[in-house]
Ligand binder design. Structure first.
Ligand SMILES: Nc1ncnc2c1ncn2[C@@H]1O[C@H](COP(=O)(O)OP(=O)(O)OP(=O)(O)O)[C@@H](O)[C@H]1O
Length: 257
């Protein structure tokens, strides 16, 4: 379970550009939830994920995961238990290494490195078996450099790699936004499959309202650093894309857009 309590976050403090993005933000995510986060540009979605991952510090408040206070913990330490996939397919993989080398790297995440933990020949078959169900032909390209794959294939690799070791959380930051509609659908289905199979607790920022409604077990809408909609259970199941769109329009009118 993730708990964020009384979170305050300022950008550019003490300057003329000072901005308080989060003012007493509170959020609890239960194990097994798939939280879809939507909201207008600049509403604070990525900042929220960055705070959880430790990419940026909080100014005050606390963040705990499964009861452990991680508020001051370094990003690299947190990331041993968090998988994160970014919007840019180039960010989750190493282009100059082969698929096999990338998978071996992800497989050894959090372990101490020694020569014995490099690419192990006997793992090749295992990786092939894992990649085959993706139907992207990656199992036949184990020795191909990842930099030569398409964006969709690389994003599938990123997803796959971020969930290879046991994690407490899967964090998805607009991970389908840079893909064409068909490839985005393939990656979204793969996400859903991995989340269900591995029973992952997930948070997904997306501008795709259909994905938010279809795949999220809970939906949050953010606006100007606040959570203005939070629905789960039956209430979430009853929601339609148009309901979310209507709320978006209300906010836009309020802001004079
Ligand atoms: N490093 C930073 N320094 C200063 N201001 C920042 C920084 N990062 C984000 N902000 C500001 O904080 C606000 C929220 O930004 P954030 O990127 O979290 O929003 P978002 O909801 O993810 O937006 P988008 O949908 O456009 O990706 C914006 O006004 C942004 O300009």
């Amino acid at each position: 379970m993730l708990e964020m309590k009384h979170i305050y976050k300022y950008y550019n403090p003490g300057t003329v550009n000072e901005m308080c993005l989060f003012q007493d933000l509170n959020l609890t995510v239960e194990d097994g939830e798939f939280v879809a986060i939507v909201g207008s540009n600049g509403s604070g979605k990525t900042s929220l994920l960055n705070l959880i991952c430790g990419s940026i510090p909080v100014d005050s408040g606390s963040i705990t995961i499964n009861g452990e206070n991680i508020t001051g913990q370094k990003e690299y330490r947190r990331m041993s238990k968090i998988g994160r996939v970014f919007q840019n397919p180039a960010m989750g993989t190493c282009p100059s290494m082969t698929i096999l080398e990338n998978l071996a790297l992800a497989d050894n995440k959090g372990k101490r490195y020694g020569l014995g933990l490099g690419v192990q020949k006997k793992r090749e078959e295992h990786y092939k078996e894992m990649l085959r169900p993706l139907n992207l032909g990656l199992e036949d390209k184990l020795h191909v450099k990842v930099g030569s794959l398409s964006g969709g294939q690389r994003q599938a690799m990123s997803l796959f790699m971020s969930t290879m070791t046991p994690i407490d959380f899967l964090i998805l930051d607009e991970h389908t936004a840079a893909l064409d509609p068909k490839t985005a659908d393939i990656n979204m289905r793969l996400t859903d499959q991995l989340v269900r199979e591995k029973k992952l607790t997930s948070m997904m920022v997306t501008h795709n309202l259909r994905y938010a409604i279809e795949y999220g077990t809970r939906i949050l809408m953010m606006h100007q650093g606040k959570i203005i909609l939070d629905k789960k259970g039956e209430e979430k199941k009853a929601m339609k894309v148009d309901d979310v769109l209507d709320l978006f329009n209300e906010i836009s009118i309020e802001c004079g857009n």
